[in-house]
Design a protein around this ligand. Structure first.
Ligand code: SF4
Ligand code: SF4
Length: 96
């Protein structure tokens, strides 16, 4: 389970410089984490380095993002989200 960067990113590049495995790069509109490279380094540091470095708290575990998104959808009256499998790129798929 990797970390991801939310839309709050202001492209400051701080996270990219702190990531111990260079999993973060500049994307078309904001910085992105490659889930195939991220080692979820919070196991090696008190806090994941990207989360520690980000001034707008845009680096979050994908799990937290999913739960937040599911809660938002539920609040809007959407049907429950059912996860059937993890996308190879780390994204969640299988919305019912
Ligand atoms: S959690 Fe750690 S390894 Fe993953 S992108 Fe952030 S700094 Fe890099
Ligand atoms: S530290 Fe935060 S705001 Fe800066 S590039 Fe990384 S995700 Fe974006």
């Amino acid at each position: 389970m990797s970390y991801m960067i939310t839309a709050e990113c202001i492209n400051c590049s701080a996270c990219a410089m702190e990531c111990p495995v260079r999993a973060i790069t500049s994307g078309p509109s904001q910085y992105e984490i490659n889930p195939a490279i991220c080692i979820e380094c919070e196991g090696y540091y008190p806090v994941a380095r990207c989360k520690w470095a980000c001034p707008v708290d845009a680096c979050v575990p994908e799990r937290a993002h999913y739960l937040e998104r599911a809660a938002t959808m539920a609040n809007k009256g959407a049907p429950p989200v059912i996860v059937t499998r993890a996308h190879p790129a780390g994204e969640l798929a299988g919305v019912a």
